[in-house]
Each structure stands twice: as structure tokens, then as C-alpha cells.
Ligand binder design. Structure first.
Ligand SMILES: *Cc1c(COP(=O)(O)O)cnc(C)c1O
Length: 377
């Protein structure tokens, strides 16, 4: 156990801040370079949907652009319009296609829609006719996930009459998405790649894109021309079958608001779920489930104080956590002191495992109450 707080420089954090989210943009850049290296020749894009997995699309995307990323993926048109303001010269692809009537907004912001349905294709062609110029797009082929993308029957129809059905469109990529890439033993991944290749062979030539973060670890036959890492850039473990090869990106720090000595026999928190069995020190920290700390981590989560791991006891409140700090020396327990809730020593993946969820959900649930500190970039 390390004795002493190894926290980042928090001198810029106002005294009134209750909890801090530190985002290490140098780590984001390093993670992108790592993935670009693995992709070995294929273009490495960057998925920054859901406000860059909760970490802030504008600063994260700026850092990724500076690292060399040229193609960005967002879920919604709204996110694309916002992202465009900070990325005047990048390609921004929108995963959710073209909700009816929204083609002019997509074109107006210079976004590239990912066409998922024959209706999307027709809308984008109509927009191209209206403007009298070819319009760029990606086209998504479903290879078994049954979520978004042209069905196999729709791919057949497209392949049979491609010149007419793609008239007016500049297809910049054929795309598909892997369902099980984070499970290395799952035969579905190879099956999807085979199906994707078979479709590509029947369609007009254009770059192809299949792999998300986990898919990139499956090797060169999954890389095609453009890879789409998301979680890996944001520090989550993209390859759960091995220890996390990515640099940690975030730290979450909460302040100690109060420390008390509680006698044996007392209880802690709502519903009195935790009973103290020996005299204990209990600290109340300034974050809760409203900051994305999972309510399910009651009695399961841990935080790190001055090198000591301290357990969450009792319920997680909306704005507070209670932890047992009996074993932590008093010099780390001043009112206002910082406690590491997530960081290099308590990772997002650990918190997710303890809560029975995935790192993606922990990150995208963080919310907007944190004082945010962006390092490097
Ligand atoms: C979210 C998403 C990605 C990125 O997935 P990660 O597992 O976060 O790397 C890639 N492609 C599509 C279509 C996605 O929806």
C-alpha cells in the first residue's frame, strides 16, 4: 500500500467544487496512436458518440485531430453539427442515418451520413438531385447484428442494380459492425467478416470498414481500410480477455465533506442497510448516483484515500457516498481533502465489474456536475 496521495495538480480547482473529473488528453492521443499502430496501414478513425463517451466531445476530438485522426463518428446529427464547430476540416460521419426530412441539415453542416436503409439512400439521392452534385455517404450493411444497416435481401437488390440505386451518391465507405468482438472465442466474428467480404465482392469498389476497438485486436483480416475505435481511445479495456493495454484517461475525485466516529451497533445511510460491528470512522464524500456513481455499488464499491482502499458502506445517495475509513490515517481525512473514486488504481473497468455493468455505461453516465480538468492535449 502506498502511503501518500498521488493526485494530479488540482490547484486550478475552485474551493467550491465538490467532485472533479480529470480527463488526460495526452492519454487519449497516446491511445489513438496505439490503435493506429495496430491498424497497421488502415486509416484509424475515432468514435466520439455520446459526447466522447461522456468525457467531452469538443476537447477529446480536438486532441484526437491533433494526434492525426481525420474521420470521426457520432450517433446523431445534432452531435455532428456541434462537433463541426471545433473540427472544420475533419470528416464527420453520422451513425443514425437520415431521419426523414433531415437531409438538408446533414448537408448544411458538411456531415457524411451513414445510410442504413433504402429510405436513407433515396433521401440522400433526392438531396443530391436538389443540389445538382454528388453527395458523400457511407452505406451500412448488416452482417448479423440485426440493429442498423441494409438487410441481406436489401444488399442483394442494391448489388443487382447498383448503378441506378447509387446514382448521385459518392460512396466513401461500405461499413458493417461486429456484434461479439469482445469475446475472442465467438465464431460470429469470423462469420460476419466472411459475409461482409462476400457483399463487398458484389458491390461497386469503395473503402470498407468493420472493426470497433475490440475488432482491431482480431488482426489484419478485420481491419479493411478504416477502423472505428471508441472505448479504447477513452481508456476502457477493449480486449477483456487480456489486461488493459490502453492508458487510463480519467480520474474522478470527490471531496471529504465530513468524517465521524460511529459506535458499534449504529447503522449508516438510507434504509439502515449497513450495521457497524466495531467502532468505525465514516467519511461522507461529495458525489452520488446523480454523478453516475452506480446505485448498485452500495456495499460493493471502493475508493482510494492516501494509498488505502476504503469500502463504500450503506446505500449510495443521490449526492453522497459513505465510506469506511477506519483504517485510513487521520492526516488523509481532512475536510475538503480529495479521494480517488476512479483512477489508475480504481479503474473504470473495476467499477463496472463491481456494478455488474460495462465501462461504456459508467463513462456515459458521468453527468455534468463535475468540475472538469483537461490535462495536456
Ligand atoms: C460505438 C460504435 C463503435 C465503437 O465501438 P467501441 O466498442 O467503443 O470501440 C464502432 N462502430 C459503430 C457502428 C459503433 O456504434
Amino acid at each position: 500500500m502506498k502511503d501518500g496521495p498521488d493526485l494530479p495538480d488540482l490547484s486550478s480547482v475552485p474551493a467550491r467544487a465538490g467532485a472533479v473529473l480529470v480527463v488526460d488528453l495526452d492519454a487519449v492521443r497516446g491511445n489513438w496512436r496505439h490503435m493506429a499502430g495496430l491498424a497497421d496501414g488502415a486509416e484509424c478513425g475515432a468514435v466520439v458518440k455520446a459526447d466522447a463517451y461522456g468525457l467531452g466531445a469538443a476537447p477529446v476530438a480536438r486532441a484526437l485531430r491533433a494526434a492525426g485522426a481525420r474521420t470521426f463518428f457520432v450517433a446523431t446529427i445534432e452531435a455532428g453539427i456541434t462537433l463541426r464547430k471545433g473540427l472544420p476540416d475533419a470528416r464527420i460521419a453520422v451513425l443514425h442515418g437520415i431521419p426523414p426530412g433531415s437531409a438538408p441539415d446533414i448537408s448544411g453542416a458538411g456531415l457524411v451520413p451513414i445510410l442504413n436503409t433504402p429510405g436513407d439512400i433515396e433521401q440522400w439521392q433526392a438531396e443530391a438531385r436538389r443540389q445538382g452534385r454528388p453527395l458523400p455517404c457511407f452505406i451500412h450493411l448488416d452482417t448479423g447484428m440485426n440493429r442498423l444497416g441494409l438487410t441481406p435481401a436489401e444488399v442483394d437488390e442494391l448489388a443487382d442494380d447498383a448503378a441506378r440505386r447509387l446514382d448521385g451518391l459518392e460512396v466513401q465507405a461500405w461499413m458493417s459492425h461486429l456484434a461479439c468482438a469482445d469475446d475472442p472465442g465467438n465464431p460470429m466474428t469470423a462469420r460476419q467478416a466472411r459475409s461482409f467480404r462476400a457483399s463487398l465482392a458484389r458491390l461497386p469498389k469503395a473503402p470498407a470498414s468493420l472493426a470497433n476497438s475490440a475488432g482491431i485486436f482480431h488482426g489484419a483480416e478485420y481491419h479493411f481500410d478504416l477502423v472505428r475505435p471508441g472505448i479504447a481511445l477513452h481508456g476502457g479495456n477493449p480486449a477483456p480477455w487480456m489486461s488493459n493495454p490502453m492508458a487510463p484517461v480519467i480520474r474522478i475525485l470527490a471531496r471529504i465533506h465530513q468524517v465521524r466516529h460511529a459506535p458499534a451497533g449504529d447503522t449508516v445511510g438510507y434504509d439502515a442497510t449497513h450495521r457497524i460491528d466495531r467502532p468505525a470512522k465514516v467519511a461522507a464524500l461529495g458525489m452520488g448516483y446523480a454523478d453516475g456513481y452506480p446505485w448498485r455499488l452500495a456495499g460493493k464499491g471502493h475508493v482510494r484515500i492516501g494509498g488505502h482502499i476504503a469500502p463504500i458502506i450503506g446505500r449510495v445517495s443521490m449526492d453522497l457516498l459513505t465510506v469506511d475509513v477506519t483504517e485510513v490515517p487521520d492526516r488523509f481525512l481532512a475536510e475538503g481533502a480529495w479521494v480517488e473514486v476512479v483512477g489508475p488504481h480504481r479503474t473504470v473497468d473495476q467499477a463496472a465489474a463491481e456494478a455488474g455493468t460495462i465501462s461504456y455505461e459508467i463513462l456515459t453516465s458521468l453527468g455534468d456536475r463535475y468540475h472538469r480538468v483537461y490535462l495536456g492535449g
